[in-house]
Design a protein around this ligand. Structure first.
Ligand code: IMP
Length: 434
């Protein structure tokens, strides 16, 4: 069972970083396949906090090769900064340890400028078109990729060809920036910077598909690390309040160049409650002191933007839909300890929609706005669960909460995370084993 895809089942920030980090101990390759530095993984290792935006957390393990697939949009400035910072910490970030797809698209300064200019305009004009993006240029970069105007990392290593195309593309971008009330950008500055980035990154660039094919052939354990979450998927999420890539497990194939039949299992990460950053529908949102309790206890502030996350009860209708969309065969439940101390815990098991009880996620914002969650209420627990080492160590009510989730989803629990440190985790099943 050597090829595993890990995806978030909610709106991102499910605590994937920690689970991926735990699984990385067993993996030979860790691969990112979509998104960019809009993602952020906070890891606590030996009480020290690390935040990574592009490089997979496998970088902390000496035996793991970290891979950035073609489906990722790479801000070279951010990637280089991450490499340099990790090197300063004494970690090996050689071109053997980190492989980056030469086909991955490059986030350009005008992508970031456009992302911000559009959001600012939407805020000014209050037209309800603000997405609440991370402002990292992710959407505009994917737009250019689909529009065939993009630059792939490999293109930066051909300065003459890059120069000509950049001139044409920048002309159009500057017109757009001016129209949106933002500053125009300077050609020479971008050109010189990006040729430098191309030179710096050249040794890391490779054909990722081939590397993964060889790894699979050699029986290596490969872990695909999804960024964001199922309901931020551009097709299956709460459009338009989504990110600009497919976040579903299926995109592990296109975003890295591995065939679908090579994937052995999909593991879904479920946070014990729900959060979302940015705008968009959120049926179980709590705008009261319980929401504040979850935010403070869970440290629910964006690791990329620092924005407070919106918090609410666990929505099992969403998660069960994510199970279907991703083909999830195992669950890792995270941040269970955050619920400790609550007298009772609610779980959404259906929605009320125009007087009827439904158990699906509708496609439109109009319908989503009409959903009222139908809750099942379970008793809470007071005992600290961080140091539990097996299910038996958990309070009866905690075990009942887990059982309820597992029964509803009809998918087994593989891991349960009970605190931020690596050792705060119950290992119920090994996702890499049959
Ligand atoms: P973008 O990906 O920056 O274009 O932002 C689009 C939407 O996705 C916004 O609501 C963001 O807050 C959200 N988003 C993007 N990346 C993440 C993430 O890693 N976790 C949670 N939300 C994210």
């Amino acid at each position: 069972m050597p090829v595993l895809v890990v995806v978030g089942t909610q709106w991102g920030d499910e605590g994937k970083g920690k689970i991926v980090d735990v699984l990385t101990e067993k993996a030979d390759f860790v691969v990112r396949f979509q998104g960019g530095n809009n993602a952020g993984h906070t890891l606590v290792i030996n009480q020290k906090k690390y935040i990574l935006h592009l490089i997979p957390s496998g970088i902390f393990h000496p035996h793991t090769t970290c891979v950035i697939g073609n489906g990722v949009v790479v801000d070279p400035e951010v990637l280089i900064r991450e490499i340099e910072n990790l090197k300063k910490e004494g970690l090996e970030v050689s071109a053997k340890k980190l492989r980056v797809s030469e086909r991955a698209h490059t986030i350009m300064p005008y992508h970031k400028a456009l992302d911000l200019a559009r959001e600012n305009r939407a805020s000014r004009e209050k037209k309800g078109t603000k997405i609440g993006t991370t402002g990292r240029g992710i959407g505009p970069c994917y737009e250019d990729k689909a529009g065939r105007r993009g630059f792939r990392l490999i293109d930066l290593t051909y300065p003459e060809i890059f120069k000509e195309k950049l001139k044409t593309v920048l002309e159009e971008k500057n017109m757009l920036l001016e129209y949106l009330g933002a500053e125009k950008l300077d050609f020479q500055e971008i050109y010189e910077k990006y040729v430098y980035y191309g030179n710096y990154l050249k040794p890391y660039l490779t054909d990722v598909s081939r590397i993964l094919w060889e790894a699979k052939r050699d029986g290596k354990k490969i872990l695909f690390e999804g960024a964001q979450g199922t309901f931020l998927d551009i097709d299956h999420g709460t459009y338009p309040y989504v990110t600009s890539s497919n976040t579903l497990a299926g995109n592990a194939c296109c975003g890295s160049g591995i065939g679908p039949c090579e994937i052995d299992r999909v593991l879904g990460i479920v946070k014990a409650y729900t959060t979302r950053v940015g705008e968009g529908p959120f049926p179980t949102e709590l705008k009261d002191e319980t929401g504040d309790y979850l935010r403070e206890r869970g440290g629910e502030y964006g690791s990329t933007t620092g924005r407070p996350r919106r918090c609410g009860w666990l929505d099992l209708v969403l998660v069960k839909t994510a199970v279907r969309l991703n083909g999830i065969k195992g669950i890792a439940l995270t941040k269970l300890d955050v619920l400790t101390g609550l007298d009772s815990i609610k779980v959404c098991t259906a929605y009320e929609y125009e007087g009827k009880v439904v158990d699906f996620v509708p496609s439109t914002l109009v319908e989503m706005a009409k959903l009222k969650p139908v809750y099942h209420e379970l008793p809470g627990w007071k005992k600290d669960i961080k140091d539990a080492r097996s299910l038996e160590d958990l309070p009866e009510n905690t075990k009942n909460y887990l059982k309820f989730i597992q029964d509803y989803l009809e998918v087994p629990l593989y891991l349960v995370s009970t605190g931020p440190e690596r050792e705060n985790c119950l290992y119920l099943k090994n996702p890499f084993e049959k």
